[in-house]
Design a protein around this ligand. Structure first.
Ligand SMILES: C[C@@H](O)CC(=O)SCCNC(=O)CCNC(=O)[C@H](O)C(C)(C)COP(=O)(O)OP(=O)(O)OC[C@H]1O[C@@H](n2cnc3c(N)ncnc32)[C@H](O)[C@@H]1OP(=O)(O)O
Length: 669
């Protein structure tokens, strides 16, 4: 079935208006592009058509290439085209508008070449036209950051020729197109503009600076550098050469694993709140939430309160006594003041936001709230919103909504809506120790401690994990969260999963000597006053004592492992635990765990998330490696049934195994 099309109407003024019609965002599917090509060929043949306006149906010009398709577009000469832009014009959407001779937009247009968020580069001429319309520096910034700009800035830069009201958009564009047709306005062709381009020497400096910047955030990635190379080719050898380099590079990148992974993340992130079986498919609508009450003003509660008042929700914060309440309010003030210090918030906005907060010591005002969130340990009668304890809730992009048996489905649907409104990515999980993120990643530190007790170097393990793409290694992370949290979390898991907790004494030994992580300026690393971490030779004493207590002897085989193999030995147990979380029904779908791993633990998005990455390796290989390690080193590595079943059947980890399907059919699950 065709996915989208273009529609055309020719007015008595001789202007053909072509509408891109592929709701909801007018993505450029193959059907749309072929239809667009057909309409352009038709208007070039028609004598009653003097000029063309290209626009989108609904409130979107176009969100760019339909990222499940690949297409090509040819430039059209002969009759002037003007793009009439309302809403997003992103990726290929902006690119086809730059092929037009002019662009008219409404004030709420968003214009950007956002392809790098999918691991590709602009493929419809954007690497050549955007620099020539807005200058090299701004063009590189927009492409590297995948960050759209608003109409006003686009107009100042010359990307948009006029900004008009939505009601005047089409008529303005028609008039503009006719003016070009009647030679009252220039026939502009962005591809050959040069007035915005910097001098060759300055351009070379700008391009190299972009490469240096990209190395800081994209050390493991190729596509940002491929984009810069395509831009440079056009500057050095001319726009046609640049187009050729861009087209070849785009095709190669579009079929890469990185692109597939990033597209998977894009759709999975949107699916976390839309496809929750047994919850979002019941026709329940989110209740209107005008104000929220929070029980508990600790790190979690004050973070949630901060996120809510930043999104303009009035919040009632309840604590057990004046001291705790003031402490909670002070945490929230500090969270806001930090934004003021960083220039993200004005003093006026600070005052206005803080005025939304009311502190109470009883439940009297709870009678008038629409939503209550418990962020302490009082009960599971309410919907408990928790995220990884290592990061304040207003910073954490992930919101784990714990669907306890007593939490109403209505409350969950409403919290999903509130979660998105406070700019979080919500996932629904069932209740268990550590919910999804902390449970899945508990083995991250455990496996690392096991490797260290068997002779491996602490800093080599961290380096192997950061080379894999994790933001920080397990030991640097343990220093960051603090040994108190690490020990408390360890106790929780030991109580609930004793058969698969590795009992290392290393952290306890260090804690006895007041080595408790970054806060004490020494843990696995030593920290200077600016929190810069350096390896600390003093930990050797603790390592030797820990190895002695563990009765572990250094394994020569382990010490030969390269960094890629070390990362697998740390992360395959994480995959194993993720499979348990999925198999036990704690998580509703594998893609939710992908999003949880990325947004909750910084798992590299360009690998698609923990389960997507696991499926790129295959259940069979992961199972075989874990089984081999279990034979050699013990139960910590024992593959779970979810993994074993899929390995046996050669299924992806996200698939329902035959046994599971049969059990469900018998009502056993
Ligand atoms: C030719 C080359 O240059 C390559 C390209 O063009 S690559 C594509 C570049 N495009 C983008 O980066 C834009 C991606 N989309 C967005 O940023 C946002 O969707 C939006 C700003 C356009 C709209 O945001 P919002 O209003 O929040 O709505 P959603 O994000 O939820 O999107 C609504 C549904 O549309 C689907 N969708 C969005 N963009 C695309 C796309 N490019 N291709 C296919 N589908 C797209 C999205 O998944 C939502 O679908 P759902 O089923 O409703 O969940």
């Amino acid at each position: 079935m065709a996915k989208g099309t273009t529609e055309m109407e020719v007015g008595s003024d001789g202007v053909a208006v072509i509408y891109i019609a592929n709701p909801p965002v007018n993505a450029l599917s193959i059907d749309v592009l072929f239809s667009l090509k057909g309409h352009y060929e038709e208007v070039l043949r028609r004598n009653d058509v003097k000029a063309i306006v290209l626009t989108g149906t609904g409130r979107s010009f176009s969100a760019g290439l339909d990222i499940s398709a690949f297409a090509d577009i040819r430039k059209h000469a002969g009759k002037p085209s003007v793009a009439a832009i309302d809403g997003p014009a992103l990726g290929g959407g902006l690119e086809i508008s730059m092929v037009c001779q002019a662009r008219i937009s409404t004030p709420n247009a968003q214009l950007g070449l956002t392809e790098l968020q999918f691991g590709v580069i602009p493929g419809f001429g954007g690497t050549q036209r955007l620099p020539r319309l807005v200058g090299l520096t701004k063009a590189l910034e927009m492409m590297m950051l995948s960050k759209p700009i608003k109409a006003e800035e686009a107009h100042e830069l010359g990307l948009v020729d006029a900004v008009v009201s939505p009601n005047d958009l089409l008529n303005n564009a028609r008039r503009w197109a006719l003016d070009i047709y009647e030679s009252k306005r220039p026939w502009a062709r962005a591809l050959y503009k040069t007035d915005k381009l910097e001098s060759p020497d300055l351009a070379r400096e700008i391009l190299n600076s972009a490469r240096v910047q990209s190395r800081k955030w994209a050390a493991n990635l190729q596509y940002p550098f491929v984009c810069i190379d395509a831009v440079e080719e056009g500057i050095v050898s001319g726009p046609q050469a640049g187009l050729r380099k861009e087209a070849m590079a785009f095709q190669e990148l579009f079929f890469s694993d990185t692109c597939k992974s990033l597209i998977h993340v894009f759709f999975s992130q949107r699916a976390t709140s839309k496809q929750v079986p047994g919850i979002t498919d019941l026709g329940l609508m989110p209740r209107k939430v005008s104000n929220v009450a929070i029980v508990g003003g600790g790190l979690m509660g004050s973070g949630i309160a901060t996120a809510l008042i930043l999104s303009h929700y009035p919040v009632i914060l309840k604590e057990v006594n004046e001291e705790f309440l003031n402490a909670g309010i002070d945490r929230i003030k500090e969270n806001l003041q930090s934004r003021v210090r960083k220039g993200k918030m004005t003093k006026e906005k600070y005052d206005k936001t803080l005025s939304l907060l009311t502190g109470v010591l009883d439940y009297e005002k709870f009678k008038s709230v629409d939503l209550a969130i418990e962020a302490s340990s009082i009960s599971n009668y309410l919907t408990s919103a928790a995220s990884s304890k290592e990061c304040p809730a207003h910073i954490m992009p992930l919101l784990e909504i714990v669907h306890t048996p007593r939490a109403s489905l209505q409350a969950v649907v409403t919290l999903l809506d509130v979660g998105k409104k406070i700019k979080k990515t919500p996932i629904v999980v069932r209740n268990c120790t550590g919910f999804a993120v902390n449970r899945m990643f508990f083995p991250y530190t455990q496996a690392a401690l096991w490797l260290v007790d068997h002779g491996m170097d602490v800093y080599k393990i961290d380096q192997a994990c950061t080379e894999f793409g994790m933001p920080i290694g397990p030991f640097r992370m343990t220093d960051l969260v603090g040994f108190g949290v690490a020990l408390a979390t360890g106790m929780q898991h030991l109580e609930n999963f004793p058969e698969r907790v590795y009992k290392s004494m290393l952290i306890s030994l260090m804690t006895e000597d007041k080595r408790t992580g970054e806060a004490s300026q020494k843990g696995f690393y030593r920290y200077d006053s600016k929190r810069k971490a350096s390896p600390d030779p003093e930990i050797m004493n603790y390592l030797e004592e820990s190895r002695r207590i563990a009765g572990a002897t250094p394994d020569p085989e382990l010490l030969k492992l390269d960094n890629s193999a070390i990362a697998e030995m740390v992360l395959f147990p994480v995959i194993n635990e993720a499979c348990r979380v999925l198999g036990e029904g704690i998580a509703f779908k594998a893609s939710d765990l992908d999003i949880a791993s990325i947004f909750g633990m910084g798992f590299p998005p360009y690998r698609g998330g923990i389960m997507h990455w696991a499926d790129s390796i295959g259940a069979r290989r992961i199972c075989a490696m874990l089984s081999e390690w279990e034979m050699k080193y013990g139960q910590f590595f024992e593959p779970c049934s979810h993994l074993l079943e899929r390995a046996a059947e050669g299924l992806p980890l996200s698939a329902l195994a035959t046994k599971t399907m049969n059990n469900q059919a018998k009502g056993k699950l």
